[in-house]
Design a protein around this ligand. Structure first.
Ligand code: PMP
Length: 376
């Protein structure tokens, strides 16, 4: 059966990247590797929209999240964490594992945080050292208003750390213009490369915090990464093959232009949302991100069954809900190597699966709505 991978990570890999990863392995202490790494770092700066240093780890996104805590803080430091889903909660878990004083802002899943609450917390806790939030909370499909939050945080001594693992290169994020201190991402979503690379961008304000940070780290030392960055190398053996693939992707992204890419994802997301609504279903997120659309399962239908039917009977792989959203939502991604007809496949398969599972709908209705938006 032909498979269509339409999940919020990993995403499909473009042919150019696959071909680049088939090249013979090279040694990393060579000019050949330094050239590739330099291109990758410069390309990432373009996509992160930053002039800040970018440190690369051979780890998945969670490794970058951990590094964003261990490098900038000291034991018992106070941090503010926006918890509106599974990935916000992960920051709290990592913070607690390092003995930090974690102040959570709990946001109802599906809703976006009100930046004013962050302002109030910072005003009443002047010793908060960092604010942790998520650009696209992949578990709910919610987009966070990073621009407004950054205006608030940049006026304080705290640093702002943004998890853009699922949103980098997909949703707007102006790291320098908005004053975001640390941005975290990973290879397997918007960057269309297999899982295994994580990145953090680090502002001057954040580097200053590394000076007196006393949390234990070794492998994830950003300082050691920075030392080697000047010669376009890494402290430990890098994931050479993945970097070769990523370099090919970056070249394509530059050719297409970031702005065009973001506009494309906006269109894919709009078409999907409109199709879903035409089928009389609801979007789960009050402020939806263009990276992933979370759809409420219709009354009486278990979303896990929909996802299973699509995967096993139709070969179309989307995601269900996580944690308390299990059985309640379906998630279709619009990130990475995805185009107009991928959305047509997703919507068409969703219609077929829902009908098989007893939902009363007219086949093709959502597809037609999407076609009108995608090809107008
Ligand atoms: N943050 C977000 C927003 C994510 O979507 C993910 C992956 N789904 C992660 C963090 C964790 O990344 P990884 O699974 O690569 O460790």
């Amino acid at each position: 059966m032909k498979k269509y991978l339409l999940t919020p990570g990993p995403t499909p890999i473009p042919e150019n990247a696959n071909l680049a990863m088939m090249k013979p392995i090279i040694h990393h202490r060579t000019p050949e590797f330094a050239n590739i790494f330099e291109e990758v770092i410069e390309g990432l700066k373009y996509i992160f929209q930053t002039k800040n240093d970018i440190i690369v780890f051979a780890a998945t996104g969670t490794g970058g999240m951990q590094a964003s805590i261990s490098n900038f803080l000291s034991s018992s430091d106070k941090i503010l964490v926006i918890e509106g889903g599974k990935f916000g909660q992960r920051f709290s878990k990592i913070g607690k594992s390092y003995g930090l004083d974690v102040i959570p802002i709990e946001v109802e899943w599906g809703k976006a945080v009100d930046p004013e609450i962050i302002r109030q917390k910072l005003d009443s806790n002047e010793d908060i050292k960092a604010v942790y939030t998520t650009l696209c909370e992949t578990s709910t499909g919610v987009l966070t208003d990073i621009k407004t939050i950054a205006e608030i945080v940049s006026a304080t001594d705290a640093i702002l750390v943004v998890d853009a693992v699922s949103a980098l290169g997909v949703c707007e994020l102006k790291t320098d213009e908005w004053n975001v201190d640390v941005v975290i991402s990973g290879s397997q979503k918007g960057l269309m490369t297999p899982p295994g690379l994580s990145f953090i961008s680090v502002s001057e304000k954040a580097w200053a915090k590394t000076e007196d940070s006393n949390l234990p780290e070794f492998y994830f030392s950003a300082m050691q990464g920075k030392d080697k960055l000047s010669s376009f190398n890494t402290p430990w053996t890098p994931a050479v093959t993945l970097l070769q693939g990523l370099n090919a992707v970056i070249k394509d992204i530059k050719k297409q232009g970031l702005e065009n890419l973001l506009n494309k994802y906006a269109k894919l997301a709009k078409a999907t949302r409109s199709a879903v609504e035409s089928l009389e279903m609801e979007i789960f997120a009050s402020q939806p991100a263009n990276a992933v659309t979370a759809i409420k399962a219709p009354q009486g239908i278990d979303s896990q069954e929909v996802v299973k039917y699509m995967r096993d009977e139709l070969g179309v792989i989307i995601s269900g809900g996580q944690a308390q959203l299990k059985g309640k939502i379906m998630r279709i991604a619009h990130m990475g190597y995805m185009e107009e007809f991928d959305m047509i496949v997703a919507i068409s398969a969703l219609e077929v699966a829902l009908k098989k599972l007893g939902y009363d709908l007219e086949l093709g209705k959502g597809v037609a709505v999407a076609q009108n938006i995608l090809f107008e």
